[in-house]
Design a protein around this ligand. Structure first.
Ligand code: ADP
Ligand code: MG
Length: 250
C-alpha cells in the first residue's frame, strides 16, 4: 500500500503541507481535494518525486520512496501522468505510446527507435483501446482535441504498467461529459486492482468515482471518508464547501 506518514513540505515560510498522513490500498481510488492553495499539488509532487520532503515518509509496498528520483519510483511501479508538454507533438498518438512502452523497458530500448513500429505496437494498441483512443491512433498529437490529450497522458502513464497511479487533476479543463467519462476510466483502473490517488478541485470528479476522499485545507487533512461523510463534516462545510470564491462546484 501507499503509506504517507506525517508528510511536511515548507517553502521558506509557507507551510504548504504540514503533517499529512494517509494510506491508499491496491484497488482503491482515492481523491485528494481542497480549495486552491490547500497544498494538493505540493503533496502530490512529494509523493511522485518532484519535491524533496521537509519531513515525514512516503512508502509504496514497504519500499521507501522519499529519497528516490521519479525514474526509480517508476521501477517500483509508481507512475504519474505526464504533462501534455512532454508528449511528442510531431508523432502520432500510437507512436507516442509506443515510445512510452519502450522507455518503460529501460534506456536501451529507447535507442532501438528505428524498430519502433514493430516492437511495441501490440502493447501500445492495447493501451489505446483501454483509454478510448483507438480511432485516433494515427493522428498527429499536435492536432488532437484537448480531451484526447488528457487521455493520452493517461495512456503514457499506463505504458509503464504501474501498480500505483498518481494523477494531478486528470480531468482539469474538460467539459462536463468528457470529465465524467475520463473519471469513469480512472475509477475502472482502480477497480482492476491499481492503487489510484488523484487530486481534484471540483466535486463532480469525486462523486461516484472516489472510494475515499481526503480533504486538505491549509496543508492539513481536515477530514477523510466517503463523499457523503466528508460532505456532512462541519469543518469541511465551513472552510470548503460553504465558501464563496474557490468553493467546490457540483
Ligand atoms: P493546491 O494544489 O492545493 O492549489 P499548492 O500545493 O499548489 O496548492 O500550493 C500550496 C501552497 O504552497 C500555496 O500557498 C502556494 O503558494 C505554495 N507553493 C506551492 N508551490 C510553491 C513553490 N514552488 N514555492 C513557494 N511556494 C509554493
Ligand atoms: Mg494544484
Amino acid at each position: 500500500m501507499l503509506k504517507v506518514e506525517q508528510l511536511v513540505k515548507h517553502f521558506d515560510g509557507v507551510k504548504a503541507v504540514d503533517g499529512v498522513s494517509f494510506d491508499v490500498l491496491p484497488g482503491q481510488c482515492v481523491a485528494l481535494i481542497g480549495p486552491n492553495g490547500a497544498g494538493k499539488s505540493t503533496c502530490f509532487a512529494c509523493i511522485a518525486g518532484q519535491y524533496a520532503l521537509t519531513g515525514g515518509h512516503v512508502s509504496w509496498n514497504g519500499q521507501a520512496l522519499d529519497k528516490l528520483p521519479p525514474a526509480a519510483r517508476l521501477r517500483h511501479g509508481v507512475a504519474r501522468t505526464f504533462q501534455v508538454a512532454q508528449v511528442f507533438e510531431a508523432l502520432t498518438v500510437l507512436q507516442n505510446v509506443q515510445l512510452a512502452v519502450q522507455a518503460s523497458r529501460g534506456p536501451k530500448a529507447i535507442s532501438a527507435f528505428k524498430t519502433l513500429d514493430s516492437q511495441s505496437i501490440d502493447t501500445a494498441l492495447a493501451l489505446l483501446a483501454q483509454t478510448g483512443l483507438e480511432a485516433l491512433a494515427h493522428d498527429d498529437v499536435a492536432s488532437l482535441p484537448y480531451g484526447a490529450k488528457k487521455r493520452l497522458e493517461l495512456a503514457l502513464a499506463l505504458a509503464a504498467s504501474p501498480t500505483l497511479l498518481l494523477l494531478d487533476e486528470p480531468a482539469a479543463g474538460l467539459a462536463e461529459a468528457e470529465r465524467a467519462s475520463l473519471m469513469q476510466l480512472v475509477k475502472k483502473l482502480a477497480a482492476q486492482g491499481m492503487a489510484v490517488l488523484y487530486t481534484e478541485h471540483n466535486m463532480d470528479a469525486v462523486v461516484g468515482v472516489a472510494d475515499r476522499v481526503l480533504v486538505l485545507i491549509e496543508g492539513r487533512l481536515a477530514a477523510q471518508g466517503s463523499f457523503e461523510a466528508i460532505a456532512r463534516d462541519p469543518t469541511v462545510q465551513r472552510l470548503y464547501l460553504g465558501e464563496g470564491e474557490g468553493a467546490a462546484h457540483a
